[in-house]
Write a protein that binds this ligand. Sequence first.
Ligand SMILES: C[S@@+](CC[C@H](N)C(=O)[O-])C[C@H]1O[C@@H](n2cnc3c(N)ncnc32)[C@H](O)[C@@H]1O
Length: 273
Amino acid sequence: MALDESNTFESLYSQGQAIRRFPDEEVVALCGRQRGFSVGLDLGAGSGRNLIPFLLSVRCQGFVIASDLAPSGLKSLADWFCNHGAVKVTPQELLTDAAELYSNIQVTGDHCIYAIQRRASGGMDPLDLCSIGADSETIYLITLCAPMQHLFLNKDSVDIIVNRGSIFYLNSDDIQKCIFVMYSILKPGGTCLVSFKSDHDGRFLTGAKQPESPTVRIVNEGAQLGLKLEFFDLERVNRSMSIFQNIKVGHVEILHPTASYAYADWIVYGYKS
Ligand SMILES: C[S@@+](CC[C@H](N)C(=O)[O-])C[C@H]1O[C@@H](n2cnc3c(N)ncnc32)[C@H](O)[C@@H]1O
């Protein structure tokens, strides 16, 4: 039976099995470099581990959009922020500046908006993010439930896009559609960060059966949930991202804590001029 990846994640999130870990260091570095941006998008945000660097670096009155196909992941991250002081708002309740920016993004589909009072004096402790009082500034978080390959936001409306650990769950056609979507919604001068599963990953080199090259199917311990992954060699990474005017490719390998192989990802920056 074919397994539906979105349902696999939805079932993990709805059973509370998604742990919010530390943010990815590339995302922390990118957000730090682009500090003061207006609109950031985390595509395939999951339960939101990468949102904190976005929310710490976006400009006052700016927007961070967390998009995913699995509603339970988005609900869990929204609940977490609401438990730390975020408040749900309607578009009509946005302040004038933010309403203008919001209409430029043109969020359509199933979404919610949350206002967060961020401590203006900064600080990197996530629990320090929300602060009610004089020393605070408002930023906005939008949760958007949509497939990344069919996401609709205005062309040229987003400064930074992060797609970390997500795109390789799509099939080849949808991966290309998603890259086109990212390029289209990115502002000229904007940056997107995408991670692709690498052909140096131990699961590709040694592991599982390959139903179609270069695709491999892996099955989690317990064999109840399965995830199909697309693996990329460098040539395919370059070809897939060729719509961008400039790309920069890095590679990371992390040893599996118990097995004798490494997880490996291509870390790719795409720049739109
Ligand atoms: C391994 S998680 C990564 C989450 C997060 N980016 C991180 O770095 O922790 C992959 C996420 O991609 C989402 N996803 C899979 N297919 C998707 C699609 N077609 N559109 C949007 N999200 C999708 C899943 O629901 C899941 O939350």
